[in-house]
Design a protein around this ligand. Sequence first.
Ligand SMILES: Cc1cc2nc3c(=O)[nH]c(=O)nc-3n(C[C@H](O)[C@H](O)[C@H](O)COP(=O)(O)O)c2cc1C
Length: 361
Amino acid sequence: MAKLSVRICGIEFSNPILPAAGPPSKDGAILQAAAKGGAGGLVTKTISVKPAEVPRPCMAEIRGGFLNTELWSELPKEQWIETEYKLARSAGLPVIVGLGYTADQIRELAPLVKPYADALELSTHYVGNDISPIINALRAAKDAVDVPVFMKLSPHPNIQQIAVALEDAGADGLVMINSFGPCLSIDLETGLPLMGSKDGFGWLSGAAIKPLALRCVYEAARVVRIPIFGVGGVSNGRDAAEMFMAGASAVQVCTEAILRGPTVYGKIAKELNAFLDGHGYSSVEEIKGLTIRKMAERGAPKAEGSPSVDMERCSLCGQCEISCPYGAISQDEELHIDQEKCFMCGLCVSRCKRRALSIAQ
Ligand SMILES: Cc1cc2nc3c(=O)[nH]c(=O)nc-3n(C[C@H](O)[C@H](O)[C@H](O)COP(=O)(O)O)c2cc1C
């Protein structure tokens, strides 16, 4: 059994799979359920100085992803302080308290939640170019508490610049990414947007944003030394392993926990363990940043030749032949790849569910 426990800024997590801020962390009771369901630590839904007035409908499952127009918690801060944080803490796991959004609001909230927080997670949901609002929010939190402060980021194109600026300003860790948008999805029967927000737009999460989240984690992990919580599209243990390889120190899950309920954390942790065991890794730490190390060693990728075919695995299903844009694949009782026509685009390798095709790198 591989070692799944991780220590981040002195906080021990029994495994690295946590709920993310959102419906899976919306109150103390659901956080207790998350702990029972195998989470290694807890993150509480972002609160702000006033309860959020959430436009509705505010959530929809769409093909490949999920849209939402949720804001921060619709519960008043007083309820969190009197009841919800205590319930969360009674689960016996480390509690990361989510706060938003501006420096003034953080200045007001941070001292109030201090007794319940092993760490703070500041959500800024900020997508502008001037990073000073994020830095100012961080400074306000650092002035108010002495626990670690983790900064949650949207998928900025200049994520490296922001990550470095936050590390320099004293952030203890990063959490990336928040949902992506704004996005639109339309109900074909009514012709109206699925989301009840003023413009009908929502924010995208789930499987669709995993490559974006991985890119952000990978880029940030190359330029900062502080730990990163990877979040965005983690649905199973293999997704979690990808996040670690990109450089994450732990993983948060929102959409999949909404869709599958609070037992999902334990299931993902179990699948992560199976992946590590199956590949001979003794701990999750061993794969942390693996892709960064491998990329540093990798030469120029091969652009000629063609994928190898393993006929023991190939079922001659024909999917690779149908989707080859170069007409390089044909089959009789065997699969053939015409080296003259093959562009080495790699699509067939990614489409083969049986892993019968491979490219040596
Ligand atoms: C319905 C919903 C509500 C959310 N609320 C918050 C929130 O209050 N604060 C926050 O920082 N992120 C919030 N998020 C973003 C998630 O924490 C997470 O960053 C994002 O959904 C990507 O992860 P996922 O693909 O696992 O859902 C919310 C996401 C969803 C879907």
